[in-house]
Design a protein around this ligand. Structure first.
Ligand code: FAD
Ligand code: NAP
Length: 340
C-alpha cells in the first residue's frame, strides 16, 4: 500500500544523520507502486529524490519535495554457463547482502566491494569502487524507469558511461531515471585482485597465500571495520572527496616539491594523488570544528559529532578544498551528492 507521509525527519534515513525534513516521503516496494506514485499530484507537482541507504548524501537544508525510498527487493539467477553467472538484483537490495549472497554461492567479481554501505540501485550511480575494483567491471545491464515517460529502458555497460566515481546517471542523465535493477556478470572461476597493500598485509598476517573470494572479502571487511567510522555510531558519508588526477607534466612539478607524496597511475595516462594524504598534510586529520571534523583515522571522511547542521559540514568541506588548493595547487572535488 502506497503511503505518502508529510514532514518526515530524514535523520534515520541518511548516514550523516543530520536533522533535516522532507516535505513528502514515500517508500516504494514494487514497480507497480512506483507507477502508481507517478500518477499522484504530489509526484507531478514536486521535485523528487530517489534514496537508497542515504550513504552518499549531504542535506544542507530541508528537502522541499518528495523523497522516494526505493526498497524493491529481489535477487534472481538469470543464466549461467561453465564460467559465468548472470545475476539480476533489484535496486532496494542492500549492497553488502548481495555481495555476501554471491560469495556464499562462489560467484566472484565483487568481493573487493564488501561492506560498502547502501543499496544496489545506487551502485551504478557513482560506479562504486574499492581496493582496485569498480562495479563497471561486472555490470552487464542497468534497468531504469524514465521519470517522465514511465518507460523502462535497458542500459548496456557502455551506455552507462562509467568512469571513476561517475556514470551517465550522475552526469548527462542526472535525475532523469529511477534505477530498478542491475544485471551482474560474475565468474565461477574468480580472478582475484589483491593488489592493494592493505589486503596483502591482511592476508599475509593470516598466512593465506592462495585466498578464496571469501577470504578476500573477510580481509576487506576487517580492514574497513578497523579504519572507517561506523555511520551508525558517527555520522559520515565515506570519502567526502574524490582522489584528484593530474597530468604527468603537472606531477613532475608536484613531486619535486612534495617528494614523499604517495601516487598511483590512473586511466588516461594521468597520476592519482590520494585526497586523504593532501587533506592530512593541510593539518585537517582529527581536527574537530564545532560539531564536525575530519576523521582521526582517515582525513577524507568528514564526520558529524552529533548535532551538526549540513551547512557546517559543507563549510568544512569548502575550507578543506581551499587549503588543498593553496598548499598544493590541486582542486579536489566532492564525491558526495550535496543538496544545498
Ligand atoms: P544514496 O546515498 O541513497 O543515494 C546516492 C545517490 O544515488 C543520490 O543522488 C540518489 O538520488 C541516487 N540514487 C540512489 N538510488 C537510486 C536509484 N534506485 N535510482 C536512481 N538514483 C538513485 N562508495 C564507494 O564507491 N566505495 C567505497 O568504498 C565506499 N565506502 C563507503 C564507506 C562508508 C562508511 C560510507 C558511509 C559510504 C561509502 N561509500 C563508498 C559511498 C556510498 O556507500 C556509495 O556511494 C553507495 O553506493 C551509496 O548507496 P546508497 O543506497 O546509500 O545511495
Ligand atoms: P588507502 O588504502 O589508505 O589508500 C589511499 C588511496 O590511495 C586510496 O584512495 C586509493 O585509491 C589509493 N591506493 C592505495 N593503494 C593503491 C593501489 N595499490 N593502486 C591504486 N591506488 C591505490 O585507502 P582507504 O581510504 O583505506 O580506502 C580503501 C579503499 O576503499 C579505496 O579503494 C577507497 O576508494 C575505498 N573507500 C571508498 C570510500 C568512499 O566513500 N568512496 C570510503 C572508504 C573506502 P582509490 O580510492 O582509487 O582506490
Amino acid at each position: 500500500m502506497l503511503q505518502i507521509a508529510e514532514h518526515i525527519s530524514l535523520k534515520p534515513y541518511h548516514t550523516f544523520h543530520i536533522e533535516v525534513y522532507a516535505k513528502y516521503f514515500v517508500e516504494v516496494k514494487s514497480v507497480a507502486d512506483l507507477l502508481k506514485l507517478m500518477d499522484t499530484t504530489i509526484y507531478k507537482e514536486y521535485p523528487n529524490l530517489i534514496m537508497g541507504g542515504g550513504s552518499n548524501l549531504l542535506f544542507c537544508k530541508d528537502y522541499e519535495g518528495l523523497i522516494i525510498k526505493n526498497t524493491i527487493k529481489g535477487i534472481e539467477l538469470l543464466n549461467e554457463d561453465d564460467t559465468y553467472v548472470y545475476i539480476k538484483a533489484n535496486a532496494g537490495e542492500v549492497w553488502h547482502e548481495l555481495v555476501q549472497y554471491c560469495i556464499e554461492k562462489g560467484y566472484g567479481g565483487i568481493e573487493n566491494l564488501s561492506l560498502i554501505p547502501g543499496c544496489v540501485g545506487a551502485a551504478p550511480m557513482q560506479n562504486i569502487g574499492a581496493y582496485g575494483i569498480e562495479i563497471k567491471e561486472v555490470i552487464q545491464e542497468v534497468h531504469a524507469l524514465h521519470k517522465d515517460s514511465k518507460q523502462i529502458e535497458i542500459f548496456s555497460n557502455e551506455a552507462c558511461q562509467f568512469a571513476y566515481r561517475e556514470s551517465v546517471f550522475k552526469r548527462a542523465l542526472k535525475n532523469q531515471y529511477i534505477i530498478l535493477s542491475v544485471v551482474l556478470k560474475l565468474t565461477k572461476k574468480p580472478l582475484l585482485n589483491t593488489s592493494y597493500g592493505a589486503i596483502q598485509a591482511a592476508l599475509a598476517a593470516k598466512n593465506i597465500e592462495h585466498p578464496s573470494i571469501k577470504e578476500v572479502s573477510e580481509a576487506v571487511i576487517a580492514i574497513r571495520s578497523s579504519k572507517l567510522p561506523n555511520p551508525a555510531v558517527l555520522g559520515n558519508a565515506g570519502s567526502f572527496f574524490k582522489n584528484p588526477e593530474i597530468t604527468k607534466e603537472a606531477f613532475e612539478v608536484f613531486s619535486k616539491q612534495f617528494p614523499t607524496a604517495p601516487f598511483y597511475p590512473s586511466i588516461n595516462e594521468q597520476v592519482k594523488i590520494p585526497a586523504g594524504w593532501l587533506i592530512e598534510q593541510c593539518g585537517w586529520k582529527g581536527k574537530v570544528i564545532g560539531n564536525t571534523g575530519a576523521h582521526k583515522e582517515q582525513a577524507l571522511v568528514l564526520v558529524n559529532y552529533g548535532n551538526a547542521q549540513g551547512n557546517e559540514i559543507y563549510n568544512l568541506a569548502l575550507a578543506i578544498q581551499q587549503s588543498v588548493k593553496e598548499k598544493f595547487n590541486i582542486e579536489i572535488e566532492p564525491e558526495v551528492n550535496i543538496y544545498i
